[in-house]
Design a protein. Structure first.
Length: 175
């Protein structure tokens, strides 16, 4: 993997990203840092890597992209200013593209706990199927409620599998 070159023009795209095998929410730092070349090799082989984007002036990441194409999985996790997961989009590979299967939002209320030490007081998730079924689950403490709907338009749930470092379409927060 050493000596492997990134495709032409990709070094500019990857300059804002930090790569690692995984992000540790408790320590709020990368586990097993990777060079862009190593992460690119993992992308190509389908092995797990995480791309982390830091916001200007904030020691906590703005978001991270977890990619494991070998098992047909990709996730985009938006993080709040305290380093906590705020919104998670989980995709699966279907028919040669990514399908947004699950959206999960975390609400920490007035808590100021950092990173992985914080417990969300409310979580809301939506699970989608390609044939237009959506299931909403809301968890507040020990209370769980769910609702299912059919005939949901899921055309916006499809994304092309991104080339390494080209995550702009995938990391759109508004969907």
């Amino acid at each position: 993997m050493h000596g492997e070159r990134l495709p032409e023009g990709l070094s500019q795209v990857t300059s804002n990203w930090t790569y690692c095998e995984e992000w540790n929410n408790l320590t709020e730092e990368p586990m097993d840092p990777l060079t862009p070349e190593q992460a690119h090799a993992r992308h190509t082989s389908g092995d797990l890597y995480t791309a982390v984007l830091f916001a200007d002036g904030n020691p906590s990441p703005e978001l991270r992209v977890e990619v494991l194409l070998e098992t047909a999985f990709t996730a985009v996790i938006f993080m709040d200013k305290l380093g906590r997961d705020e919104l998670r989009y989980s995709f699966t590979v279907m028919n040669g593209a990514l399908f947004l299967k699950t959206v999960r939002a975390y609400d920490y209320g007035e808590s100021q706990e950092q990173g992985g030490y914080a417990d969300a007081w409310r979580m809301e998730s939506y699970d989608f199927t390609p044939d237009g079924i959506a299931v909403q689950v809301v968890e507040v403490g020990d209370e769980v409620s769910s609702e299912s709907r059919r005939n949901i338009d899921v055309t916006g749930n499809w994304e092309p599998i991104p080339q390494f470092g080209a995550y702009d379409s995938l990391i759109r927060r508004e969907r």
